[in-house]
Design a protein around this ligand. Structure first.
Ligand code: ATP
Ligand code: MG
Length: 440
């Protein structure tokens, strides 16, 4: 770690001040800084105005050792970061024929002539070190201010920034951090409310420190985050110890330790390990379950396909749900969910058939089946021909949320069954379950 090093981030771009572009570059840079134990003392977003950029750079250079600026290196008149930083730090700007030649060559490679405006991108601050831009025209610039103080100017385009993070920023930070840093790990928990998870992990707060563990609640999922500092080896050992303890405390509701894996990915791993396959029958989720499943790379190894059976006629014709069942119980009912799961399992020849039918709202609810009522069924191998499990639930929230929660609970039903866990566990939100008998 570099205990003394402090950083600030400035995102330049008028579009970032509007409502439809988010400054994600600073989040990415923050992650890199964290990884090297650098303290972020401030960040800001400014429009493409020379005075505003210069004022921020001056302010940041006074309070931080490291100032990271993204954006405004483009060729157009509104790209004025170079000029603004020159003014803020009292440096000259000169034209660099070598950079110009490089930009011209890049255009030639694509069979184009360089527009005259691109000449501006060949401007270099006095004393600056160039950072190659393999994915764009404008090189980045690093200005050393003495000691371990520096200002980095990166392009705003995220993929161009990414290349320079790897080629320039990380090596620069690594050379100053001696391999020490701060690192985050996560565990994801399905189907338990935040308060239950909080209760279960309480002992870990005492053992590892309150500030090292945090809970982030998201609909249908809890993210447990924890941090470790020190050398790579120290971090690895410490994170593994916390993860082990949290898994013990929370139990099998933890479905992954990977930030990039969701419940569909976890289900896929379990199916793959067993050499089994899945088919889906969806009504109220309209294919969202299939979308989540097929978003998992390699899902073709275990996903057969799905039927979006929105209309009753489609449930009958494609899934073989008996018309009498639909007439007697309605499409949103336990018997129909069960028939959908069995139907899709047989017709698509999968090990497992997973079905969802529900009332997502805002209209369509009734006294005995209010908006949010969802029936889920899972058909799989078992006694006789197949074993079918069912859950009836009532989700709070709007259409989007009811549909999302339906996909989440469907996947969790399957995961629990694949892992041989009880269908539900103590501490699960009781309001989510329909009273027995109200199904149908
Ligand atoms: P460059 O220096 O690479 O030319 P620029 O700011 O001049 O960057 P723009 O044309 O303004 O280039 O932006 C290029 C793209 O990068 C736009 O889609 C813009 O929204 C995006 N972008 C710029 N800054 C950020 C940021 N901080 N976070 C996320 N996206 C950004
Ligand atoms: Mg810009």
């Amino acid at each position: 770690m570099i205990p003394a090093m402090r950083a600030a981030i400035l995102a330049v771009g008028s579009e970032l001040l509007g409502t439809d572009r988010l400054d994600t570059n600073s989040l990415r840079l923050t992650e890199v800084l964290e990884g090297h134990g650098v303290e972020l003392v401030g960040k800001a977003v400014v429009g493409d105005g020379e005075a505003a950029i210069a004022a921020e750079v001056r302010r940041m250079a006074a309070l931080a050792d490291l100032v990271l600026v993204t954006g405004g290196l483009g060729p157009t008149a509104d790209d004025v970061t170079r000029e603004a930083v020159a003014e803020a730090l009292g440096r000259g700007l000169r034209h660099d024929p070598e950079i110009l030649a490089g930009i011209e060559a890049r255009f030639r490679r694509y069979g184009l002539r360089m527009p005259a405006v691109n000449r501006r991108q060949a401007q270099v601050l006095d004393g600056a070190v160039l950072m190659a831009n393999p994915r764009g025209t404008a090189p980045g610039l690093r200005l050393d201010l003495g000691g371990d103080r520096a200002v980095f100017l990166f392009p705003g385009v995220p993929v161009e920034l990414e290349a320079m993070i790897a080629s320039d920023l990380v090596p620069w930070l690594a050379a100053r951090s001696a391999g020490r840093g701060r690192e985050r790990a996560v565990l994801k928990v399905a189907s338990l409310p935040e308060s239950t998870v909080e209760e279960r992990i309480a002992p870990a707060y005492g053992e590892f420190g309150r500030e090292r563990i945090s809970i982030l609640a998201r609909p249908g999922e809890i993210l447990l985050q924890f941090w470790a500092e020190g050398t790579a080896e120290e971090r690895r050992r410490s994170l593994a110890a916390v993860a082990r303890r949290l898994r013990d405390l929370v139990g099998p509701a933890v479905f992954t330790g990977r930030l990039d894996e969701d419940l569909a990915g976890a289900v896929g791993e379990a199916l793959r390990a067993r050499g089994e396959t899945l088919a889906t029958a969806e009504s109220c989720t309209g294919g969202w379950l299939g979308q989540r499943i097929t978003a998992v790379p390699g899902s073709s190894a275990w996903f057969q396909g799905g039927v979006v059976s929105y209309a009753d006629r489609v449930k009958e014709e494609l899934l073989g749900v008996p018309a009498e069942l639909l007439a007697a119980h309605g499409a949103v009912s336990e018997p129909v969910a069960r028939a959908m799961a069995c139907g899709v399992r047989r017709r698509l020849g999968a090990t497992w058939g997973l079905a969802v039918t529900g009332i997502a709202g805002p209209a369509g609810g009734s006294a005995d089946k209010p908006v949010g009522t969802v029936h889920l069924a899972l058909a799989g191998p078992g006694e006789g021909d197949e074993a079918v499990s069912h859950r009836g639930v009532r989700f709070p929230g709007d259409r989007e949320r009811v549909r999302w929660m339906s996909t989440q609970l469907a996947l969790e039903m399957l995961r629990r069954r694949l892992l041989g866990l009880a269908a539900t566990e103590d501490g699960e939100r009781p309001a989510a379950a329909l009273a027995p008998g109200s199904a149908g």
